[in-house]
Design a protein around this ligand. Structure first.
Ligand SMILES: [Fe+2]
Ligand SMILES: [Fe+2]
Length: 183
């Protein structure tokens, strides 16, 4: 497997997180109440899977291989977008904490969930275009080195047990959302 297909595999999980974030934004907008435990789980998915694991693979070992090539600027721009994602996630967390204290204003939580989903969708679209150029410029042998680095990150941050708990959380959130949307 190439490093690029490994990241594309992660993107299929990231896409599910994006749909969940969008779904909860709709639920909060229409009900004016916050299923706080579910939103906390969304934050765990964002922080553990997207930020600590997937973004780290891209930033620590995948992007650096194009330094000094025509693709370097685009890799840097994608990293700047990661920062935007981190900022939105931070605002989501602080708005949730605020709501948990006074249960007054649910709108900013819905807005941040929607903004995060929009960030993810646009970012992945741009990144997948970058992936095609990357495959043209980084040969198989060099991608194998990246895979070696991915395996180390996986052992440290996303072992089998952790991945299973992420997948269970995704199933549970999709299940609860489907029930809430059916009401
Ligand atoms: Fe990315
Ligand atoms: Fe990505």
């Amino acid at each position: 497997m190439s490093a690029t297909s490994d990241l594309k595999g992660d993107h299929s999980i990231v896409r599910r997180i994006s749909k969940i974030a969008r779904g909860y934004a709709e639920v909060i907008y229409s009900s004016n109440s916050v299923p706080a435990d579910d939103v906390k789980k969304v934050l765990i998915l964002i922080e553990m899977f997207i930020d600590a694991y997937h973004h780290c693979k891209e930033e620590c070992s995948y992007f650096p291989l194009v330094n000094g090539t025509v693709l370097e600027d685009e890799a840097k721009a994608l990293m700047v977008e990661h920062e935007l994602g981190r900022r939105i996630a931070k605002m989501l967390r602080s708005n949730l904490d605020l709501w948990l204290r006074d249960r007054r204003n649910s709108e900013p939580i819905a807005r941040m969930l929607k903004a995060y989903a929009e960030y993810l969708d646009l970012h992945m679209e741009r990144e997948e275009r970058f992936f095609s150029s990357y495959d043209e410029s980084v040969d198989e042998e060099r991608q194998k080195q990246v895979i070696g680095a991915f395996n180390t990150i996986r052992r440290e941050r996303m072992d089998g047990v952790r991945l299973n708990s992420i997948l269970t959380m995704l199933d549970e959130l999709e299940g609860s959302l489907a029930k809430m949307m059916a009401k």
